[in-house]
Design a protein around this ligand. Structure first.
Ligand code: HEC
Length: 137
């Protein structure tokens, strides 16, 4: 019985300490500056907003391809021409790159407009087309 009490007491103490630590962590989190860069008279920039500004530029063709196009074009889902498959791409490239841009941006048969990712800019989709065409040339 004594043993049990000791175990219970130890558990309770452990719990109380864990509580204290997480509370302290929470306060420390709220207090820490998180890499703030503040210049008087200008809006305060945190490391997070700086990082967001850097990564909000246009995505590269490679990036767009991996996130928005590879789902079909890596596997050939819905009979999509597979990335790097020269025979599948040859007749498409023959249509001219402007037609491919148009079809990638606006959709073509079962190819959804912008790969179904409407938040991509036309330029980003074109970069992804360039990336796919470059892989077979
Ligand atoms: C949901 C699946 C799917 C996604 C996602 C997808 N595609 Fe496609 N894509 C297809 C299919 C299927 C075709 C073949 C359509 C056909 O020829 O009828 C195709 C064809 C194409 C073609 C050739 C068009 C032509 O005129 O022959 C291009 C270029 C293309 N896709 C670019 C892209 C780009 C760029 C992305 C990403 C932004 C993308 N696709 C995402 C399914 C997809």
């Amino acid at each position: 019985m004594k043993k049990l009490l000791v175990i219970v007491a130890t558990l309770a103490l452990g719990w109380a300490m864990a509580e204290t630590t997480s509370y302290e962590d929470a306060v420390a989190d709220r207090l820490k500056p998180a890499g703030n860069v503040c210049v008087q008279g200008e809006p305060c920039e945190t490391a997070a907003t700086v990082a967001a500004a850097v990564s909000s530029g246009p995505k590269s063709g490679d990036e767009v391809y991996s996130t928005a196009c590879a789902a079909c074009h890596a596997s050939g889902a819905l009979n999509a021409p597979i990335f790097g498959d020269a025979a599948a791409w040859e007749p498409r490239v023959a249509k001219g790159v402007d037609t491919l841009y148009d079809h990638a941006i606006n959709g073509f048969n079962t190819m959804p407009a912008k790969g179904g990712n409407a938040s991509l800019s036309d330029e980003e989709v074109q970069a992804a087309v360039d990336h796919m065409v470059a892989a077979v040339q």
